[in-house]
Design a binder for this molecule. Sequence first.
Ligand SMILES: NC(=O)C1=CN([C@@H]2O[C@H](COP(=O)(O)OP(=O)(O)OC[C@H]3O[C@@H](n4cnc5c(N)ncnc54)[C@H](OP(=O)(O)O)[C@@H]3O)[C@@H](O)[C@H]2O)C=CC1
Ligand SMILES: N[C@@H](CC=O)C(=O)O
Ligand code: NA
Length: 432
Amino acid sequence: MEEISIGLLGLGTVGSGVVKIIENHQDKLIHQVGCPVKMKKILVKDINKERAVQVEQTRLTTNPDEVLNDPEIDVIIEVMGGIDETKKYLKQALRNRKNIVTANKDLMALHGAELLTIASENSCDLFYEASVAGGIPILRSLVDGLASDRITKMMGIVNGTTNFILTKMAKFGSAYEDVLKEAQELGYAEADPTADVEGLDAARKMAILSTLGFSMKIDLDDVKVKGITGITENDLEYAKQLGYTMKLIGIAHREGEKVEISVQPTLLVESHPLASVQDEFNAVYVYGEAVGETMFYGPGAGSLPTATAVVSDLVGVMKNMRLGVTGKSAVTPQYKKHLKKPGEIYSKYFLRLHVKDEVGVFAEITSIFSEHGVSFEKILQLPLKKQGLAEIVLVTHQASLQDYEDSLVKLRDLHAVQTIESSYRVEGSANV
Ligand SMILES: NC(=O)C1=CN([C@@H]2O[C@H](COP(=O)(O)OP(=O)(O)OC[C@H]3O[C@@H](n4cnc5c(N)ncnc54)[C@H](OP(=O)(O)O)[C@@H]3O)[C@@H](O)[C@H]2O)C=CC1
Ligand SMILES: N[C@@H](CC=O)C(=O)O
Ligand code: NA
């Protein structure tokens, strides 16, 4: 090969990082793949927009066919985002026998299996390392580094924006809206940040991680999702007081043949390894039956970290091109999926309630929980400024989700319970 030509779809936060790395690390790329790498054509929405990198105007286009149908282009890098239109472009590119590197978790979580099949039918690579946990090489670690093991648990902070928001709120008492705006300005948030704050972005990543880690086709609908928008300052204060840190945590757990996958705000005991992951950083804890505990940490969002994963995938494609083995590395899921029922999912829970400050109320509450076999590890009760009301904060011992949720249904019906203010999963145990 004399030269490898790339077509880039998108020149925003990640795309401009890709251009910078390909330009600045050209020597390293030539050393690894044996020829120069040229960015031939770049698809954008607005040709006249000011860019974070200098690119000749002639290389920019708004016509996707100029990139997707160019016979000289060997690899398409997709960093434009979006689902339906982008899927159409990638299918067109694969049918034109172009290898693909993408950072698009929205697309891979929904249509990854179909696109990977089309890629292999056309002898093309389709790599997507940047789609989960930005610059952390987690997908390669699961697929290659831990290929010989049976992974039973993955637990991670896989959204940089929400970790950035929760860190600033807990550390400096910053207002949610201000920090979200800052995360958007820094290029961490999605074009529509609802996907970040409602937990959908993390759910997409957990679907991708668990499909690869458990070798099962996990769909986005299999992931139970709750975002961070309901978290209040009060919750963060109680968390601190009780020795916990609030994080948006993705959990994928396999026991025997059954799995549970969720994304939800979780109180982590402060000594938990994920509790110290701050700002836009991500971390994924992976437990394998043979290897035991492993932990992967690094920047989960941002221009250059994400672009590093993209360009490293590009190197992988180029090495395969040189060896003539593109389209041969994807492994299809081995196992049939069996999802756990709520009665099979065990955890501790934090619950904050507003109740009438009357004799016997506490006994009524505890008797509902004990009917369902749920007992408490911690209990706080404080009078509220609102007359006649008290705030109760509970942390349960391990309980099944079914028993816990059944207890909440009965609590809501209790005359003395004014509101259920918040409820979170708890991981680890704090000795407070
Ligand atoms: N930002 C991050 O930290 C991370 C992002 N990702 C993923 O990478 C992808 C890109 O993200 P990011 O760089 O932040 O996004 P940006 O919004 O910054 O950039 C998107 C780019 O794509 C172009 N584009 C979007 N839609 C179209 C379209 N229909 N036709 C032509 N061009 C289009 C835009 O053109 P124009 O500039 O002209 O508007 C822009 O250059 C997304 O899938 C995202 O989820 C993954 C990991 C981390
Ligand atoms: N919006 C995402 C970007 C990376 O995937 C995040 O905040 O993690
Ligand atoms: Na990654």
